[in-house]
Design a binder for this molecule. Structure first.
Ligand SMILES: NC(=O)c1ccc[n+]([C@@H]2O[C@H](COP(=O)([O-])OP(=O)(O)OC[C@H]3O[C@@H](n4cnc5c(N)ncnc54)[C@H](O)[C@@H]3O)[C@@H](O)[C@H]2O)c1
Length: 330
């Protein structure tokens, strides 16, 4: 498989490492900052071309798969352009930053000859998969999710696109807590309404987006999902997910699951490259995506699937203290 990477920042290292492990070939890199692309190329001793314009790269090189690893606000445009030009596409989370973009991307996916995958790699983590299996055939009647992480001044310093509504599209929810909300959506399905409150507390004056958010999602079935995320914890805590069905309570941990007090051990999936909180799922997702490229079905985490958590996130921002129906925002 001939792969190119658009955006040669922090996460691109995990993509290159994973592609090489699958036996894929990196044929080109694109970044508006040539130095970033050059450092990435040198790190992995790649024999590949470097471009500052991704469109020029796509026009010039023999490419099968496009990996989009750029700032959030560029995902929609780059995904649509790549799909419209016949490529298979893996886009980093979030799928997009605006509700309007969801339909534009889904239209492009419908008319595309290639496949779209969204990088929701935590769906491959053993604990998360175990919970999905435990819930098979059961209805979740209540869910709780919490992400309490630490992202201080240093995280935002020198990172122009982060911390701004126009370029990051939000803060703790769309960036750090997206995977956890996506898992809850995977377990519980799509809610009907949301009431969300958010603020910039400890990072006031440093970022304009929220550093803390709480949301209550309600379901037609009567189920509730209570969700809290913050970048202001003074430590990095493991993500918390708790779920209730009619006959059991499940607590999810990175390396085990507790079902009604019973401990079930699972393997923690550590990252081989990059931050531990990214987990080891990138390689497994990329391998799975590449293996399924030539079958005739959409990838299981495609645009339609990636759009579900986006509706939850973008509706939470639109709610801003009011209860709103998710459908009203489509
Ligand atoms: N799946 C995960 O767990 C995970 C983890 C970390 C980051 N991410 C996502 O990966 C994406 C990138 O994050 P990052 O931390 O690597 O950011 P980063 O700022 O380190 O890298 C972004 C890169 O994109 C380049 N860029 C900007 N505009 C461009 C353009 N028009 N064309 C080509 N390149 C351009 C920048 O120069 C930079 O090198 C984000 O969407 C982020 O949310 C996902």
């Amino acid at each position: 498989m001939n792969t190119c990477i658009i955006g040669c920042g922090a996460i691109s290292y995990v993509h290159v490492d994973s592609v090489l492990k699958t036996g894929g070939r990196i044929v080109a890199l694109a970044d508006i900052d040539v130095e970033k692309a050059t450092i990435l190329k040198d790190k992995f001793h790649l024999d590949c071309a470097i471009y500052t314009d991704y469109r020029q790269m796509l026009d010039s090189e023999d490419i099968d798969v496009v990996h989009i690893c750029t700032p959030h606000y560029l995902h929609a445009e780059m995904t649509i352009y790549s799909l419209d030009n016949g490529y298979d596409v893996l886009v980093e989370k979030p799928l997009c930053t605006k509700l309007d973009d969801i339909e534009r991307i889904l239209d492009a996916e419908r008319r595309a000859s290639g496949k779209l995958a969204v990088c929701l790699q935590n769906r491959y983590n053993p604990s998360n998969v175990k919970v999905k299996q435990l819930l098979d055939g059961k209805e979740v009647i209540a869910g709780v999710g919490m992400v309490a992480w630490n992202r201080g001044f240093k995280y935002y310093e020198g990172n122009e696109w982060k911390g701004k509504w126009a370029t990051e599209g939000g803060g703790a929810l769309i960036n750090q807590a997206l995977h956890t909300l996506d898992l809850l959506q995977w377990y519980m399905g799509e809610p009907t309404s949301v009431t969300a409150h958010y603020a910039t507390d400890m990072l006031k004056g440093i970022i304009e987006v929220e550093d803390t958010l709480m949301a209550t999602y309600e379901y037609d079935s009567g189920a509730n999902l209570n969700f809290y995320c913050t970048n202001c914890a003074t430590s990095m805590f493991p993500v918390q997910i708790m779920l209730a069905t009619n006959d059991s309570k499940i607590v999810l941990h990175p390396d085990h699951v507790i079902v009604d007090g019973e401990y079930i051990s699972t393997e923690e999936q550590n990252a081989s490259v990059g931050k531990q909180c990214w987990g080891g799922g990138h390689y497994i997702l990329i391998k799975d995506f590449y293996e399924k490229l030539r079958d005739d079905k959409p990838f299981w985490i495609n645009g339609v699937e990636g759009a579900k958590v986006m509706r939850m996130i973008l509706s939470a921002y639109a709610s801003n203290g009011n209860k709103i129906l998710l459908e009203e925002n489509l």
